[in-house]
Structure formats: C-alpha cells, structure tokens
Design a protein around this ligand. Sequence first.
Ligand SMILES: [Zn+2]
Length: 145
Amino acid sequence: MVCPKCGSKKLQVTNSRPVKRNNQVWRRRNCTTCQNTITTREIIDLSGVFRVRKFNSELEPYLKSKILISLLKSLDHMQNSSELAGALTDTVEINLIGASYADIITSRDIANTCLGVLKKFDMSAYVKYLSYQEQLDKRSLKKRL
Ligand SMILES: [Zn+2]
C-alpha cells in the first residue's frame, strides 16, 4: 500500500478497530514521509470462499461485481444509485456469510438474499429485481427445453 499523497510505502497503522456490523476491520494509517493520514477498510474477498451453482447446475467462481451490476439495474431510478448499489452489495455479502458456511452457494440463494435486502430498502427496486430474476428464470428454462 502506498500513500495517495506522496507515493511512499512507509505507512504506519496508528489505530485499528473491528467493525462487526460490516464484518470489516477499520484502520487509521499515518504516512511517515509526509505525515498524511488515511483510513482503510479490510474486507473478506468472498471469491476465494464461495463458488456459485448456477440455475443450469454449472459451477462458476463467485463474483461480487455480478451482484453489484444486478443491484445497479434495480436502483437506476435513484439519483445516487452506484453508491447505494455498492453499500447494498456489502450488505448482501454480510448476509451470505451469515446464511451459509458451505463453500458452494446457489444463484437462487444470492437472488433471494438480494431480494431480502432490497425489500427492506426500496419497494420499486425490489420489484425491478424480482422482474429481472423472472426473466432470467424464463431464459434458463427455455435453454433446458
Ligand atoms: Zn505520504
């Protein structure tokens, strides 16, 4: 990690706290070269934890960006949709960790978790996501026939 102000690699951790709600570690770092202070957040990279069983039974690597993109589509009626989608993606991941300790999760688990998060957040985003999932279901059903 380098200092964003001067490029020095000499960053010293001056404070560190677990953030239980987000399953993160928060750290305050000080650059010993220019005295700049930065904050970092450490999160678990789930791509090394989960594999996803798709609707067609194939396994694929877990990609956080797929969740982000699907949530972005559902939130496109909101002004700060990309910021919200990022925050909601983190919430979905926290729920996925809490829901299963298996290394394989299903696309259905992910979709249901997204729906649960969206339902509490915004009803029109929930309905959009549900409609998008139904389209995917129809497409994968056609492929199987
Ligand atoms: Zn610096």
